[in-house]
Design a protein. Sequence first.
Length: 267
Amino acid sequence: MRRVLVLLSMLVASVGVAQAPEPTADAQAATPEGPTEADLARARVRFREGVSAAERGDYASAARAFRDALAVRDAVAVRFNLASALYELEEDAEAFRLARNLQTDPESPSELRERAAFLERELRERNAVVSVQLGGLADGARLGERDLTQDELGTPLLVAPGEVELVGLRGNEVVTRRALHLRRGGDVYVDVSVVPTPAELAREEAEREPERGVGTEPTERSRTGLYVGVAAAVVAVAAVVVVAVVVTRDGTQSPVNGDFQPGVIRW
C-alpha cells in the first residue's frame, strides 16, 4: 500500500503541472536567454510522457523524461515526480536529497511538502542515515568508497544498511578509520575529531620559541612548557566519537481524502 501511495502522490503532483498555464509571449520576450517556446513545448511533452510511463510502471523511462523536462525549466512538482520514480528504482540517495530539498523550497506548496516528508520517511525506513561532522585538525572524510564533499559534511546522508567504513583524513593522510554497523531505519551521528600528536605540539612550541621576546621571564617559559607537556599527555593521537541513535517511527500516515483505487484519482 505504501508504494501505491507514493506513486499516487506523484501523479497528484503531476496533475497540477500538466494543467499549468502556457507561458505568454511577453514572458518569453522578457527572458531572451531562457528556454524558447519550442523548448518549453518539448519539455511539456516529455513531462506527460514521464507521467504515462510512471502509470505503466516503467519508472526508468519516467525518470529520464522528468530529467529532460527539468533540464529545460525547474519545477518543484517535476522534481517530486523524479524523486518518486527514483524511489521505485531504488536509487534512494538521490531521491532522499530531492525529498529533503523540496521540504525547504519556498516554491513548494504545503501539500507537496507533506508528500515529500512522507517520501523521506519511506526512504529512511529501508535505509540508514549517517551525519558526519569534522573537528580539530580533520579536514576530510571518506564514507565507504565515497569522499564526502564540504556540502555533505554535517548533512544527513542516506546509506544502505550493513557495514561501512568511515575514514578520517588530514590532507591525504588517513588518520583514523572506524567500521560502522548500520541498521535499517537507524540514524547515526559521527564526530571525527583529530587532535595534534605530542610530537606536533612540541614542534609547534619550538617554532614559536624564537618569536618570543628576549625579556620573557624564565618562569613564564617554564609554565608554558609544563602546560604543553600536560596537554600532550592527555590528548589522543586521533579521536573518533560515534553516537548512534535509532529513531523509532510508527510508520503511520494520515489518510488523504480521495479515491485511490489503482489508476484512479477522484476529488
